[in-house]
Design a protein around this ligand. Structure first.
Ligand code: PLP
Length: 439
């Protein structure tokens, strides 16, 4: 099959997500290794987004590939009601390394399924129905998760699911809570308490947050926010769920992003980095009191592929590689280099408004003028950003563009030299954005 035949068949017989398929130009990928993707015609691209911020250990790690083969040779699938060695070993390992009193896991196949089941768990456990979440958030594409999501993808989810209340987070698009982290945290939490009062605290089961906001801006919370939020929710018996589907598993330079705020949530949801996307798997990690409740009471949820043995074996190998090769520590160290590269590009290019990163979780914003207006309005795409992405690909780098920003989320195994090479490609392509800068 030629590259063109492959692309034609994909476009003819499959739908692409979040797109009109007729307008999609898919990247043709034949194989991938480490931080690189390879096309059928000999193309090579540095994967500067770990695909969907998810291939944390890098592509095709031989130990994980071998573990998949070994697990396939031994046991691939059994009913959710069974006990398997793969399930026992993974769950035991997760209980060891997930912080605090989170020792029990319900396995799913994706981030959305993890959040769906977390929504059920907090409602069943608390006997309350409402869920608080934030506008600048994404929690998955199922009906309830899109209703919980705050970003524009929710708006096309006509009707949606009831019971979700959205609030502004510490970093809204244009509005500002204040100048300092302390002021921003304090005022945002005063506002949140008022929203809680309006909604009746006794009706609110939980608040879901991305511990570090992902697609909506790579936004680490201001100092003191996570601790303050935890205390506020505790005051009203509202559970805290940290959605770490994107930020978890080392991406931010800690195993879980909530560790930066020195808190432990009641529930943590995860997927992506749990298997580094080698095989689909998600999990709902529950604190001991919630887990105990579901030892005594039915958990009204289930999936045919709950605790699928092949996924369990894969996750254990991927987690072991992440820990043994000290990739979380590498993310923290490389994050410092990423920050200085982002600062260098900001100083050099008039079109670069600025950027931020925490570990290897980074994003850079492009502006159209010195007033700092984004190159494109909220929730729109621009030919300039499309041309910028095209140039990056031509020069050997794949990354994600979202509206007027681009992502910097390479696999956590990236070296300093590779990271600098990636930023050199970006540096060159930014001349396209500079040419569109209006002064
Ligand atoms: C924070 C967050 N939650 C949930 C999801 C949904 O995960 P999935 O696409 O695996 O359903 C995503 C996906 O990007 C995410 O970033």
């Amino acid at each position: 099959m030629t590259q063109d035949e492959m692309i034609d068949a994909c476009l003819k017989h499959t739908l692409y997500s979040w797109a009109a398929t007729g307008k999609v130009t898919p990247l043709p990928i034949e194989r991938a290794e480490g931080i690189y993707l390879y096309g059928p015609n000999g193309q090579k691209w540095m994967d500067f987004n770990s695909q969907l911020m998810s291939v944390n250990i890098g592509h095709s790690h031989p130990k994980v590939v071998q573990a998949i083969k070994d697990q396939a040779d031994t046991l691939i699938y059994t009913i959710p009601g069974s006990a398997t060695k793969a399930r026992a070993e993974l769950a035991t390992r997760l209980a060891e390394i997930v912080p605090g009193n989170i020792n029990t896991f319900f396995f799913t196949l994706s981030g959305a399924e993890s959040n769906e089941n977390a929504i059920k768990a907090v409602r069943q456990y608390s006997g309350r129905f409402k869920i608080l979440s934030r506008y600048r958030s994404y929690h998955g594409a199922t009906n309830a998760c899109l209703s919980m999501t705050g970003d524009p993808r929710r708006n096309q989810n006509a009707g949606g699911a009831p019971g979700f209340v959205h609030v502004m987070d510490p970093w809204p698009m244009t509005f500002s809570w204040g100048e300092t982290d302390e002021e921003i945290t304090r005022k945002n939490l005063i506002y949140l308490e008022e929203v809680i009062q309006y909604n009746g605290p006794e009706t609110i089961a939980a608040m879901f947050i991305e511990s570090v906001t992902g697609t909506n801006g790579i936004l680490p919370p201001p100092k003191g926010y996570l601790k303050g939020l935890r205390a506020l929710l505790d005051k009203y018996g509202i559970l805290l769920v940290c959605d770490e589907v994107m930020a978890g598993w080392g991406r931010t330079g800690k195993l879980f992003a909530f560790e930066h705020g020195d808190i432990v949530p009641d529930i943590v949801t995860m997927a992506k980095g749990l298997t580094s996307s080698y095989i689909p798997l998600g999990a709902v990690g529950m604190s001991d009191p919630i887990a105990q409740y579901f030892r005594d009471n039915v958990f009204w949820g289930g999936l045919t592929y709950n605790a699928h043995a092949l996924c369990m074996g894969t996750a254990l190998a991927a987690v072991n590689v992440l820990m043994e090769e000290k990739l979380v520590e590498n993310a923290a160290a490389m994050g410092e280099i990423m920050r200085s590269e982002i600062d260098r590009l900001t100083a050099k290019h008039p079109s670069v408004k600025g950027g931020r990163c925490i570990g290897l979780f980074g994003m850079v914003d492009i502006q159209k003028n010195s007033a700092g207006d984004p190159i494109v309005p909220f929730n729109t795409n621009s030919p300039v950003m499309a041309a910028f992405a095209k140039r990056l690909l031509e020069n050997g780098l794949f990354t994600f563009i979202r509206w007027g920003s681009f992502m910097c989320n390479p696999p956590l195994c990236i070296t300093k030299e590779q990271l600098l090479e990636g930023f050199a490609i970006i540096d060159e392509a930014l001349e396209i954005c500079d040419a569109a800068f209006e002064g």
